[in-house]
Design a protein around this ligand. Structure first.
Ligand code: NAI
Ligand code: MG
Length: 396
């Protein structure tokens, strides 16, 4: 089989620390691939006025599979101030390149597994009134719709005539907002399409069936957000009929967050729109180690991009020896391997991570509940490289 080519986009900050380490693990695990570097992030905004250069899009178009580290986004005033002088005043507007990639390639399915690793000191524990301690084993996979909902970008402040008139034709708008001065209105829309909603639901049910999860939970708020959440639940009920072995549960996002710590072990696959999927996946990730462990996949019809959910953590980017946890990035590459059918290599790497965590000899600062500072290395925390080495040593 010809070698695969993977587009490697480390991006900004600690993306440059964790992505090369993850590739080192892939190499050591025997995954044969070539990696082509692609430019993305703040540097290219400053130098070229575009954080997502066309050449990067072309590479993804050609090779279809990307690994992404993280990018830095800054407020509008900083974005303007850091632009190269010759590019200023041309009306260039900064946008998040990872959101740009999701939209450009219609990466409409975001998958975020949240699984307990035994022995992780960051695992959520429950203490009973009698002093007993339980460490529930969480194995949840969140399917988040990745392109629509409140993140669709259809929004206005001081809405233009046509929009305002259309809104005023809705009795609820007239009644509740009709007396507010128009220039004081800020409106963000929550749009769901049937196609994308069906796609994320179906992906969730397929995953549950393939991997033996007993339930798919639609986590929305259909009793209040009747049109969009209502559509997702109604379609969920229809699609569930095709999957007799998988139970359909539905929860409201607010109640689900309240129950997060009560019975997280009861949930399997959870499916939600973009906003609630973002919230619920961070919630569950917090039970299993947080940002150092939270991996994700952005999957479209043709292109798929795999990334840790953490950002560029700029304050750690300049450390002479990197201290951040590479596990979230490494687990994201395992999702890539599963996606392209290299499931054995994925399992090999996941087992190595599990062994290192269970053994507890090598832990990055976050796993030791330390505040991130260069001195953590003297205080017993492993560096990014030491953690990677420990994982590589367990590959067998
Ligand atoms: P962040 O995820 O970069 O960092 C938050 C904190 O989490 C860090 O200070 C650190 O304590 C911890 N942390 C993150 N990754 C870690 C790791 N691998 N190991 C150990 N600890 C880790 O989020 P923050 O500070 O809100 O944003 C920083 C920059 O990243 C911003 O410019 C933001 O726009 C961007 N960002 C980019 C994302 C992406 O590329 N997908 C996602 C989130 C934020
Ligand atoms: Mg988030």
């Amino acid at each position: 089989m010809p070698k695969r080519t993977i587009v490697s986009m480390p991006g900004d900050g600690i993306g440059n620390a964790v992505l090369p380490e993850a590739i080192r693990v892939l190499d050591a695990a025997g995954f044969e691939a070539e990696y082509v570097h692609a430019d993305i992030g703040w540097e290219f905004w400053c130098k070229e006025g575009n954080p997502l250069p066309q050449r990067t899009i072309d590479l993804l178009e050609k090779h279809k599979i990307g690994l992404f580290g993280a990018i830095t986004s800054k407020p509008k005033s900083d974005a303007d101030a850091e632009l190269a002088p010759e590019l200023r005043g041309q009306g260039l507007v900064y946008f998040s390149p990872i959101v740009g990639l999701r939209q450009h390639f219609d990466l409409d399915k975001c998958v975020r597994p949240c699984r307990t690793f035994k022995g992780n000191p960051l695992n959520f524990i429950r203490r009973g009134a009698d002093g007993s301690v339980e460490e529930p084993e969480v194995d949840v996979v969140v399917f988040r719709q990745n392109t629509e909902c409140l993140y669709g970008g259809v929004e206005w402040s001081n809405p233009p005539d046509l929009v305002y008139e259309a809104l005023m034709s809705h009795p609820k708008f007239q009644q509740n907002f009709g007396s507010a001065p128009r220039e004081e209105l800020a409106i963000s829309t929550r749009i769901f399409t049937r196609r994308a909603t069906e796609r994320i639901l179906r992906a969730a049910f397929e995953h549950a069936r393939e991997f033996g999860y007993k339930s798919v939970t639609v986590c929305e708020k259909p009793n209040v957000i009747r049109e969009t959440s209502g559509m997702m639940l109604a379609l969920g009920k229809q699609i569930a009929k095709e999957y007799p072995g998988v139970a359909l549960w539905d929860t409201n996002i607010d109640a689900q967050m309240m129950w997060l710590t009560k019975n997280p072990e009861d949930y399997g696959v959870i499916v939600a729109g973009n906003m609630f999927g973002d919230i619920i996946s961070d919630g569950f990730a917090g039970l299993v180690g947080g940002l150092g462990f939270a991996c994700s996949a952005n999957i479209g019809e043709e292109v798929a991009i795999f990334e840790p959910t953490h950002g560029s953590a700029p304050k750690y980017a300049e450390y002479e020896i990197s201290i951040v946890n590479p596990i979230a990035m490494i687990l994201s590459t395992c999702m890539m391997l599963d996606h392209i059918g290299e499931t054995e290599t994925a399992a090999l790497i996941r087992n190595a991570v599990a062994e290192v965590v269970a053994e507890g000899k090598v832990r990055t600062y976050d796993m030791m509940k330390m505040r991130g500072r260069p001195e953590v290395l003297q205080q017993g925390a492993a560096s990014t490289t030491q953690m990677t080495d420990a994982i590589i040593a367990k590959l067998r």
